[in-house]
Design a protein around this ligand. Structure first.
Ligand code: ZN
Length: 408
């Protein structure tokens, strides 16, 4: 066996991977952002990759709010179908090129609605780009001959926890016509509108929209504002994943599961942080956290872990060694490693898995299970039987690579 065949980095690059938590608007190629901004006369703080990497897409951020700044620029070039299609197409290829075989890409369609494009136009354009890349990938000889498993993807639509004037033409309009309503009410209304639109897009346009999420700043904007929307999603068999416990305590995770029917949790970083509980009705905070962790583990509610992103939005974590993933792993929680944002976090799936493996002592079987778990816990856009066939192909290919690299 040659040394290179034992090379873990090469192995991790080649194995079939998933990304179940990745934002399209946080994953644009910087070169594309510059090109589209120039042609659309959109102002950027710099028109060079180096300049943008220094000013916007940084290695370190102050907090979640600082981290979210870059989205203002990316979203501004995602306002017509041609750009959306191109960005989605490049995104899919960036994933396929590093061995991601299945991704669930998320974005907030309402951020892209304007006078010239409806919500149907937005999701159709994104899907067009993704479908084109998938078709190209799956027409390669290695896939056609079934030597390698095909690529697949699905779309998750994000509602925004909160929105403000200037975020998009859609949000401006909804705020304008509800000038006297409480903001909570308007956030709720926008989420309901989104979910209804996504059910239609799935059923009538036959787009692979499989789930909904809520994204944006967490503190001060509780999940309960979106309960009605998530009830509708739930009754219509859309899956639910919710950003929770990213910048707020365990009760936010609890609400995501109990009020919003979350099948998966985005980040869940502060799951064990009983000291962050602000709800005074919870007396025994340690016991509460323990019960919550047990519940999540037992129900197999999967936590979408984004290591680099967590370090960037919560600088107080300091070193990756202090990341709560250690506790999640020890508690045998169902987890899957994700990027969150390829560009904003300057990472990719291979690098995130490498970081996890290097830091948290994965055994061979733990690594395998963790990778396969991403496929199993996906909101696969097909029947359960089809999903099982797909996962089986992935496992066979994974095991073939394990043998090739002398790992079993
Ligand atoms: Zn996220």
């Amino acid at each position: 066996m040659s040394t290179s065949k034992n090379n873990i980095h090469e192995f991790l690059a080649r194995i079939p991977k998933t990304d179940l938590h990745v934002h399209l608007d946080g994953s644009l190629r910087v070169s594309t952002l510059i090109e589209l901004a120039k042609s659309g006369n959109i102002e950027l703080p710099s028109y060079t990759e180096a300049g943008l990497n220094e000013l916007v897409f940084k290695d370190q951020y102050k907090d979640l709010m600082d981290y979210l700044q870059g989205f203002g620029y990316t979203v501004s070039v995602m306002q017509n179908p041609e750009n959306l299609e191109r960005i989605a197409y490049e995104f899919a290829w960036d994933n396929f090129n590093e061995g991601v075989r299945y991704f669930e890409v998320r974005f907030a369609p309402q951020l892209h609605i304007n006078k010239n494009q409806s919500i149907e136009d937005v999701v159709t354009a994104v899907n067009k780009g993704l479908a084109k890349a998938k078709k190209e990938f799956n027409e390669q000889p290695a896939v056609l001959s079934e030597k390698e498993p095909p690529a697949n993807y699905a779309i998750i639509a994000c509602a925004m926890r909160a929105f403000f004037p200037g975020m998009s033409q859609f949000y401006d309009t909804i705020l304008e016509v509800h000038r006297f309503s409480k903001s909570k009410k308007i956030f709720s209304l926008a989420s309901v509108e989104l979910v209804e639109a996504m059910i239609k897009a799935r059923d009538e346009l036959e787009l692979p929209i499989v789930g909904v999420d809520i994204a944006g700043a967490e503190e001060g904007y509780p999940p309960e504002d979106h309960k009605e929307a998530f009830d509708i999603a739930h009754s219509n068999f859309l899956k639910k994943t919710v950003h929770a416990g990213e910048a707020y305590g365990p009760e936010s995770i609890f609400q995501a599961i109990t009020l919003l029917h979350a099948d998966r949790i985005g980040h869940g970083y502060y799951l064990f942080s009983y000291d962050k509980i602000k709800d005074n009705s919870i007396i025994d905070k340690e016991k509460y956290v323990e019960n919550l962790a047990q519940f999540i583990a037992d129900r197999r509610i999967t936590i979408e872990v984004c290591l680099t992103s967590n370090l960037q939005t919560n600088p107080e974590i300091g070193d990756i060694c202090n990341h709560e993933f250690r506790k999640m792993k020890a508690a045998r929680l169902s987890t899957t490693i994700c990027t969150d944002n390829r560009t904003v976090s300057k990472t990719n799936v291979t690098r995130e898995i490498e970081l996890a493996v290097d830091t948290f002592d994965f055994t061979e079987i733990e690594l395998r299970n963790s990778i396969i778990y991403g496929f199993k816990r996906s909101f696969f856009p097909g029947t359960y039987k089809e999903k099982r066939v797909y996962v089986r192909k992935i496992i066979n290919y994974y095991e073939k690579l394990q043998k090739e690299y002398g790992r079993i």
